[in-house]
Design a protein around this ligand. Structure first.
Ligand SMILES: Cc1cc2nc3c(=O)[nH]c(=O)nc-3n(C[C@H](O)[C@H](O)[C@H](O)COP(=O)(O)OP(=O)(O)OC[C@H]3O[C@@H](n4cnc5c(N)ncnc54)[C@H](O)[C@@H]3O)c2cc1C
Length: 234
């Protein structure tokens, strides 16, 4: 629903969407972006924004850059709706064999949404659901909150975290290729960071004056930073 709302608002303010059209090349002349090639044609542009999530490294390779972004997969699930009983989101940070933290919360519409961090991580682009996830997470959730025993699970799904070396995104203009902007490596936080980063990126593309908060954010998320440590709750 949120995704659709963003889509409608973007259309209302003039954005156009091209579906089933893969970017296959980025035209660079004299170190500057000039256009984009796709499976359906070629477009002139001075700016390319790489927001390709788990595929960011492949887009970077089109301009000769190697971004340290690699996908690993996580599964999520959703139950049937039940009467409201859960206030805050529950995050259990205790590791267990085969998994790290897991978390669940109840939507306003009554369904409980849950996910777990596989340990060790599962690298790669495979998005087929596994038979491991549901028994693994259900056992831990029911042990923590026995009243969850009888809620029926409606569906599960598996998606990709675009992981950076330190668990934080890489956002900023390329120093090597003028006009190439990166918003990659969103890890497990891309949905919550999306709206704020989207506004910041729009200010960058339209060359608005950036506030001191913007500049601080860009310094912290610089693609050229030294990678140290690992964000704790990725
Ligand atoms: C189970 C699960 C639970 C999660 N929970 C949360 C959460 O609670 N909160 C949170 O903030 N985040 C969460 N995340 C993480 C979040 O989903 C990601 O961080 C986010 O989706 C990354 O957004 P993105 O826009 O960078 O990439 P994506 O959403 O992956 O978008 C990349 C887009 O680029 C397109 N693309 C790639 N290559 C090309 C090409 N060559 N040409 C054209 N288009 C291309 C793809 O089709 C895709 O549409 C979760 C992820 C999973 C899997």
């Amino acid at each position: 629903m949120a995704g659709h709302a963003f889509y409608e608002e973007a259309k209302r303010t003039g954005a156009t969407f091209h579906y089933h059209e893969r970017v296959t090349g980025i035209v660079v002349e004299n170190g500057r972006v000039k256009g984009v090639k796709t499976t359906k044609g070629e477009y002139g542009t001075k700016v390319v924004l790489n927001a390709a999530g788990p595929w960011a490294r492949k887009i970077g390779a089109l301009v000769g850059l190697d971004h340290p972004v690699n996908p690993d997969s996580h599964e999520g699930g959703i139950t049937e709706p039940v009467a409201h009983f859960l206030g805050p989101m529950v995050v259990d940070i205790r590791p267990s064999p085969g998994s790290g933290n897991y978390y669940f919360f109840q939507l306003a519409t009554g369904q409980v949404v849950f996910s777990i961090t596989p340990q060790p991580p599962i690298p790669g682009f495979d998005r087929r659901e596994t038979s491991v996830f549901l028994p693994q997470v259900a056992r831990r959730m029911v042990a923590l909150m026995p009243r969850l025993t009888n809620i029926r699970v409606r569906r599960t799904w598996r998606g990709l975290y675009p992981m950076s070396p330190d668990g934080s995104p890489l956002v900023g203009w390329s120093e090597e290729v003028k006009g190439y902007l990166m918003a990659i490596g969103m890890c497990g936080q891309g949905f919550m960071l999306g709206p704020g980063l989207g506004e910041l990126l729009a200010r960058m593309v339209t060359q608005e004056t950036l506030s001191s908060e913007d500049q601080e954010t860009l310094q912290i998320l610089s693609p050229y930073r030294r990678f140290r440590g690992q964000e704790a709750l990725k």
